[in-house]
Ligand binder design. Structure first.
Ligand SMILES: [Zn+2]
Length: 322
């Protein structure tokens, strides 16, 4: 097995073979730009938030996870200092994100595509938000339709990926096969398909969609696994998501799939009621995969080698290349 260089985490470069069991799409906080600093009472204060983050990360580390990718972009209220403190306090590697989610603000929307490319590249090569903490992934997002702004962000991400070698993560809507529209744009700019995770593919109800993306050379994010318990994420139950994972593994695709929860420790983009429903539906938070999904896959006959492929080798290849 080949692995290449280091991966940038919030505490500096980490050798690819030290990443271990990696969750591909998580969040310490997930809100709007500046809200964590402006409104601490909203989430119980910074100290309580860090206590909660530390407890959840220490627990998942005891469950075997070594690395999480924090998919919080600027427009989702990225807080680099929180990521640094949470990583230090827990011993879990955290990889931070450049790029953009669904809510670019006016000052972002008027930038040229070249400016966006340069910004994402500086996030990777210099540091995020005025710090020297460098991004390890570039995120892009689109849902029911690909807007002109989202298309420009995809182009900027593809160009920055080509310049820096940092991989891409997408937020997409499986119901409309959005990953294929994202892929079409990324391919116009010569993206390395093996370094792109098409995210939220586990919402798909029909295996044809993930198979088409795999045939095309992409990695798949099965990264909303606990949300099978909540109706707003579609009709795929947790059981159905595990069935599809087992079916894809049986076809030899385990090394092209990465796993995660997308279950923020503070989910500021959700109402307080929806945050309560999320926690009630999955009290294990980001320990759900080690505690529920992996045993469920073993029951379905998925081999230990295939589980290692999904939890260690595929995310390592995505993040580090090789
Ligand atoms: Zn997310």
């Amino acid at each position: 097995m080949t692995t290449t260089g280091d991966v940038q985490t919030v505490l500096g470069p980490v050798a690819a073979d030290q990443l271990g069991f990696t969750l591909s799409h998580e969040h310490i906080v997930c809100g709007s730009p500046g809200v964590v600093r402006a409104w601490p009472a909203l989430y119980g204060g910074r100290e309580a938030l860090l206590d909660r983050a530390r407890a959840i990360l220490v627990r998942v580390r005891e469950d075997g996870v070594r690395t999480t990718v924090d998919a919080t972009t600027f427009d989702l209220g990225r807080e680099v200092d929180l990521l640094v403190e949470a990583s230090r306090a827990s011993g879990v590697h955290i990889v931070a994100a450049s790029g953009m989610w669904l809510a670019p603000s006016p000052a972002i929307q008027v930038r040229t595509t070249q400016q966006l490319t340069d910004w994402f590249t500086a996030d990777v090569e210099v540091g995020l938000d005025g710090t020297d903490v460098r991004a390890g992934i570039i995120k892009v997002a689109s849902e029911t339709e690909l807007t002109p702004m989202e298309e420009r962000i995809l182009e900027a991400a593809a160009r920055s990926h080509a310049a820096t070698g940092v991989p891409i993560l997408t937020h997409s809507l499986a119901r409309v096969r959005m990953g294929e529209q994202q892929a079409a744009v990324l391919e116009r700019f010569g993206v390395d398909r093996g370094r792109v995770v098409i995210g939220h593919t586990d919402d798909a109800t029909d295996i044809d969609y993930p198979l088409a993306l795999l045939d095309r050379g992409y990695l798949l994010g099965f990264d909303r696994l606990p949300n099978g318990r909540l109706p707003e994420y579609g009709t795929q139950t947790v059981e159905a998501r595990m069935d599809m994972l087992a079916a894809l593994a049986a076809r030899g695709y385990a090394d092209r799939i990465v796993l995660s929860h997308d279950d923020p420790i503070w989910a500021g983009v959700l109402s307080d009621e929806d945050q309560r429903r999320h926690i009630e539906s999955n009290p294990d938070v980001i320990s759900f995969i080690p505690r529920t999904i992996l045993p469920g896959l073993r029951e379905r006959g998925v081999s230990e080698d295939d589980i290692e492929a999904m939890t260690v080798r595929a995310p390592r290849r995505w993040l580090a290349g090789g």
